[in-house]
Design a binder for this molecule. Structure first.
Ligand SMILES: NC(=O)c1ccc[n+]([C@@H]2O[C@H](COP(=O)([O-])OP(=O)(O)OC[C@H]3O[C@@H](n4cnc5c(N)ncnc54)[C@H](O)[C@@H]3O)[C@@H](O)[C@H]2O)c1
Ligand SMILES: [Fe+2]
Length: 427
């Protein structure tokens, strides 16, 4: 058994090496089109770039509600042939991705356009990687496992959350193994992305809230990361400001196009920050809640975020206070300690206002050791967290989100909301 102090020292050394890599490695940025209608400009660009036949990777729900209608019409108008693969579901699996690879090969597509939330974009990224890298998806998991550039890849996000359109990451789920793994490689960054708020006005409130809180979690975790850099700090603070201003607005009025556009930009900035600085324990735990219970990613983050911040607070007070200032929570002044508390309390208030519970109904006590083990394995491989957790500390933290801890039978969720309520209409 390696003693805890040595584990911590090894972890700190690994994170220092990763910081050096993040500082020196070139992270390409996609050419960015932004504003209502920019998704159609991206179609124009595909034609200009001589794309012959593009694979549209999306989910069936988006096709059903007609979200791709204008995009399809524009591609046809510009003479770009397309084939739709709409077999992606929230938290895409290897099978869904492989089915997309089959369509790509059968139809002889020369480019991929993802239209959808993080699930569609992540699936498209791995389909694009599989097209040029002759290795199974399982062998792509982890850092820098791709040896060739992907097929040309373009992205039109329809949620303002993951920022997958600009990140090095793609998540793959394996329900049989109860696992959710990441493929991390700068080659996965799309070459062009369009942030078109007009595609987001129909997002149901539950998805708007969950995805918006995912973006906030990216901003917060990257700002608190020991691997943060001046650039990632600027993007994280800008995203925090935009989200705390605009997320309540889009929750109030989903048709507020200016606020939707600002949220799309915020998700992009937050992702620019975390793709270099990394995330932290909130994501490590929430990925595993997703793997065990299929809890929507943003919702899991929103639930876990205040608990992780409370734990981390002693080692990152000034940084939490900065986030409060960026979010406009410091008008009445206050010490760093008071501002840090105000920031965490504000997240709790937003969650309650958006109908996000502070406990997870699906969580089972017997699963906690496994969830904690997998979360720590993920976090300690890549995330430079401000305050270290060991196995028993992580189990204690996860236990705090149990809806029923065995000592309080019949515990009911604040506001009477359940995860089931919030999932209404999600998939
Ligand atoms: N690659 C990354 O950098 C990164 C970062 C964070 C999260 N993720 C991953 O992304 C996935 C989550 O993505 P997500 O939160 O964007 O959700 P999602 O893509 O899973 O979509 C959630 C639901 O929203 C619906 N939806 C999407 N856009 C809509 C619209 N405009 N109108 C109506 N309905 C719409 C979809 O049909 C789906 O049912 C998770 O697997 C998560 O782990 C990836
Ligand atoms: Fe996320």
């Amino acid at each position: 058994m390696i003693p805890l102090t040595m584990k911590r020292a090894l972890y700190k050394t690994r994170m220092k090496v990763l910081k050096g890599v993040a500082r020196t490695l070139p992270f390409p940025k996609p050419t960015l089109l932004s504003g209502p209608g920019s998704s159609l400009e991206l179609c124009d660009a595909l034609a200009l770039l001589n794309t012959r036949r593009v694979l549209l990777v999306t989910d069936a729900m988006l096709v059903k509600i007609g979200l791709l209608k204008a995009i399809r019409a524009r591609l046809t108008e510009r003479g770009v042939d397309y084939v739709i693969y709409d077999g992606v579901q929230p938290d895409p699996t290897v099978d869904q991705i492989e089915a997309g690879v089959d369509v790509l090969k059968r139809e002889g597509c020369d480019a991929i356009l993802a239209v959808g939330g993080g699930s569609s974009i992540d699936a498209a990224k791995i389909i694009a990687a599989r097209a040029t890298n002759d290795k199974p998806i399982a062998k792509m998991e982890g850092l820098f496992k791709l040896y060739r550039a992907t097929l040309p890849l373009y992205a039109i996000p329809t949620t303002a959350g993951t920022g997958s359109e600009v990140t090095v990451a793609a998540m793959v789920s394996d329900p049989a193994r109860r696992s959710k793994a990441s493929v991390l490689d700068p080659k996965l960054i799309p070459t062009m992305a369009a942030l078109d708020g007009s595609l987001m006005t129909g997002l149901p409130p539950a998805i708007t809230a969950a995805t918006g809180m995912d973006a906030l979690t990216h901003a917060v975790e990257s700002y608190l990361s020991d691997n943060a850099l001046p650039d990632t700090d600027r993007h994280a603070l800008a995203a925090t400001k935009l989200i705390l201003t605009n997320l309540p607005r889009v929750m109030e009025d989903g048709d507020d196009l200016a606020a939707r556009q600002s949220m799309a930009m915020a998700a992009f900035y937050a992702a620019l920050a975390f793709t270099r600085a990394g995330v932290g324990y909130v994501h490590a735990i929430s990925h595993n809640l997703g793997a065990y219970y299929h809890t929507p990613h943003g919702m899991a983050n929103a639930i876990v975020l205040p608990y992780v911040l409370e734990y981390s607070k002693p080692d990152c007070l000034p940084r939490l206070a900065d986030l409060a200032r960026a979010g406009g929570l410091a008008q009445d002044g206050g010490s760093d300690a008071a501002l840090a508390d105000r920031f965490i309390e504000h997240i709790r208030t937003l969650n309650a206002r958006f109908g996000i519970p502070d406990k997870l109904e699906a969580l089972k006590p017997e699963d906690i050791p496994g969830i904690a083990r997998a979360a720590l394995k993920e976090a300690h491989a890549t995330y430079a967290v401000p305050r270290y957790l060991d196995q028993s500390g992580c189990e204690t933290l996860v236990r705090q989100i149990l809806a029923r801890d065995g000592t309080t039978p019949g515990y009911s969720q604040p506001g009477g909301h359940t995860v089931g309520d919030l999932l209404g209409g999600m998939d």
